[in-house]
Write a protein that binds this ligand. Structure first.
Ligand SMILES: NC(=O)c1ccc[n+]([C@@H]2O[C@H](COP(=O)([O-])OP(=O)(O)OC[C@H]3O[C@@H](n4cnc5c(N)ncnc54)[C@H](O)[C@@H]3O)[C@@H](O)[C@H]2O)c1
Length: 364
């Protein structure tokens, strides 16, 4: 029997339960769920009557662990560390929602516990990895069609898409840094960094400059703590195999400026543009022929019934079973989280943040 233990029965827990429903061998899968909020728990159990409900996660995890038990943590970020720790210490693999934790020290501690226990620590920031369009981008990069790549633009600017205000206004924990860990850096940064690192595969990254801001609107809530940023920007130097690529990064869930997105990789012989998220499934390749710009477009929609919201559970399930998988686990999860922490640290101190992957650190 493969057992899934969901901690938190809110919005994202339902999407994980849907993903579990699409796994093979349903008769061999059991789902348990814990949430102290009885309204959330009851609503969840109405949708998933086969699941067994608990008001307390510790009580749910009290039974003896099986080798391939998986705990999926879908609670607000300030609970991720204590709940992941408790779940790893119960002898189970842990797949935690993004952002993994609140700070670098917590991430380091969790990895150590996972290693000691021989368990996997995964993060749902791999949600948009493995989509056909982004796999095509990776294939084109490997083919060298762009020549030497030197610049990546990764810009997503929304004018009014703040979680806790315009999106999911009932979950006001998003606005309080002590509960969410931060604003747009912690909300969309995990996906952006996961994609950048999956596509570019850096051995190390220097965050050379960064800023954060909190644009104000007349709809800003004044009756709750609201101290998170809505706009971030950074210049990052990605070190690949003997090459340096500059990454211009920007993300906004609130700006008075123009809303747009632009994701592009430029090289000495060509450029690639695509949308890693929802806007389009096109990959656009531009190159030169006889001094003229030539453009080729490929449409690569996701096929089949497994969508991006299913990815974290499906990828992690494959990893736990020892199968090939794009899941972000252990050292890679830690490295990606260190990039988020690095953005804040650079913005706050003005000091360049030098981040090395575990492999790179081992060779130094
Ligand atoms: N909502 C989304 O669209 C979305 C998408 C991707 C990722 N996420 C991530 O999922 C996580 C949860 O977000 P959400 O939108 O589902 O929040 P939510 O507010 O809808 O639900 C969170 C639930 O966690 C429960 N909870 C809190 N402490 C708990 C504890 N100690 N034990 C058990 N349950 C506990 C709450 O009672 C609540 O029901 C966050 O990290 C968020 O970034 C959310």
């Amino acid at each position: 029997m493969m057992r899934f233990y969901l901690i938190g029965a809110g919005v994202i827990a339902r999407s994980h339960a849907e993903a579990i429903r699409k796994l093979p061998d349903q008769e061999k899968i059991q789902v348990k769920v814990a949430d102290p909020n009885s309204k959330a728990l009851n609503e969840f159990l109405q949708h998933y009557p086969d699941a067994l409900g608990f008001s307390d996660a510790k009580e749910m995890l009290a039974e003896n662990a099986n080798e391939d038990d998986i705990v999926v943590i879908g609670t607000p970020p300030f609970t991720h560390y204590p709940l992941s720790r408790m779940s790893l210490e119960s002898g189970r693999h842990v797949l935690c929602e993004k952002p993994l934790v609140m700070n670098g020290q917590e991430a380091q501690n969790l990895l150590e516990i996972a290693k000691q226990r021989g368990k996997l620590l995964g993060c749902c920031s791999d949600r948009f990895i493995g989509l056909p369009k982004t796999e095509e981008v990776k294939r084109l990069l490997e083919s060298q069609v762009l020549g030497d790549i030197y610049k990546v633009t990764f810009v997503y600017r929304g004018q009014r898409s703040r979680p806790g205000v315009e999106y999911q206004p009932e979950s006001q924990w998003f606005l309080d840094r002590s509960k969410s860990g931060g604003g747009i850096v912690m909300d969309w940064g995990p996906y952006d960094i996961a994609i950048l690192n999956d596509v570019l595969k850096p051995s190390s990254i220097d965050i050379t400059s960064a800023w954060v801001s909190k644009p104000e609107t007349e709809a800003d809530p004044s009756d709750v703590v609201y101290d998170v940023e809505g706009h971030v920007g950074a210049m990052m130097k990605y070190h690949l195999d003997g090459k340096t690529v500059w990454v211009q990064y920007e993300r906004a869930s609130c700006t008075h400026g123009k809303p747009y997105h632009h994701v592009e990789i430029e090289g000495t012989r060509g450029a690639l543009e695509w949308s890693p998220y929802f806007e389009s499934d096109k990959v656009v390749l531009s190159f030169d022929k006889n001094g003229e710009v030539v453009t080729e477009e490929k449409e690569l929609p996701n096929q089949g019934e497994i969508g991006f919201m299913d990815h974290p559970v499906h990828y992690f399930y494959q990893s736990v079973r020892g199968e090939e998988s794009p899941a972000l686990v252990n050292e890679q999860t830690l490295f990606n989280f260190s990039c988020l922490q690095g953005l804040y640290d650079c913005a706050e101190t003005g000091i360049v943040q030098k981040l090395a992957t575990a492999e790179k650190a081992a060779t130094n």
